[in-house]
Design a protein around this ligand. Structure first.
Ligand code: ASP
Length: 307
């Protein structure tokens, strides 16, 4: 018997979206939301819904995940992803993979087939290959736009030196694109998924918040959560668990996410975006960055924003 009204919230990253990409972002985020929503309304699980929405965004080069991920300082691809099933407390993630077309699918393989939670690099790729996932040539996941973004980053670095930090794109002010999804299904179960190429121009080997359970991705029986923004500050503020802490203090989800983002800003320093849903049917998409690409789908509401 259904016990909840399904809810799906998806994001396509926080930061700044250039004007010329806004309408494409909006279209893409809407399509990704529809993919997961169809699963939820036909009685499917939150886990299947968040995975499917994230796969749709990994396949869409407008976002910074899977095909079209940003590149490291030396032009390589190092993608991170994590999926979490609140119902079973299952968690799986991959770190620094470059030969997997859909890192979120690989994360689910890790969660369901392995005795572990996280795999990195070649070990992750070889492990999921055993379960039928095809490995691909990393070059096939690198787009012309990713190459141009790295070129611009390097040019800016030459001019401005250390004022330019990984993730910055000063000339076009373009910084967004990590993808995530959270859902509550008709059976009352929660799930979360996040996938990213990380930050543009990162040092090889750098890992962000996305595959850090409790920071960039989190789900249990009470809340499902996915963050976006500069991973270093999201990790230091343990943003997912901070939001849960707010709920435990008796705050609404809306107030709890303000509490978590305020903590990040005042105690750690910085901005971020987040999406979350609770078992009580509360949902939120919040940011302290200029933009957050997101869509919310419930039986009564369809909202999508690129701001
Ligand atoms: N949080 C991601 C990371 O730091 C990047 C982003 O969300 O834009 O890897």
């Amino acid at each position: 018997m259904p016990s909840a009204n399904p809810i799906l919230v998806v994001h396509g990253g926080a930061g700044t979206v250039p004007d010329e990409l806004r309408s494409q972002c909006q279209l893409s985020i809407r399509q990704a939301a529809e993919v997961g929503w169809k699963i939820l309304v036909s009685g499917g699980s939150a886990l299947d819904a968040v995975e499917a929405s994230v796969v749709a965004m990994e396949d869409d080069p407008i976002f910074n995940a899977g095909y079209g991920s940003v590149l490291t300082e030396i032009g390589t691809l190092e993608m991170d992803a994590m999926i979490a099933d609140g119902c079973s407390m299952g968690v799986g993630g991959v770190i620094g993979v470059s030969r997997i077309k859909n890192p979120i699918r690989a994360s689910r393989v890790v969660m369901e087939k392995s005795p572990h939670v996280l795999f990195f690099g070649r070990g992750a790729e070889e492990y999921v290959e055993k379960f039928g996932m095809d490995l691909t040539d990393p070059q096939k996941l690198i787009t012309e736009r990713s190459i141009q973004r790295l070129e611009r980053y390097k040019e800016a670095k030459k001019t401005y030196g250390d004022y330019i930090r990984p993730g910055d794109d000063p000339e076009r002010r373009e910084k967004y694109g990590t993808v995530g999804a959270v859902a509550l299904d008709a059976h009352g179960n929660l799930a979360a998924a996040t996938s990213t190429g990380g930050v543009l121009g990162k040092l090889p080997g750098r890992v962000g918040d996305t595959p850090v359970f409790g920071a960039g991705t989190y789900a249990d029986k009470e809340i499902a959560f996915s963050a976006t923004g500069v991973g270093e500050v999201i990790i230091k503020s343990v943003l997912g668990l901070k939001t849960k802490e707010g709920i435990r203090m008796g705050l609404s989800l809306d107030a709890a996410s303000d509490y978590a983002l305020d903590y990040l800003n005042t105690e750690i320093g910085g901005t971020a975006g987040l999406i979350a849903v609770t078992n009580k049917g509360e949902f939120v998409a919040k940011k302290t960055t200029k933009d957050l690409v997101f869509a919310i789908r419930t039986e009564k509401q369809f909202t999508d924003f690129c701001t």
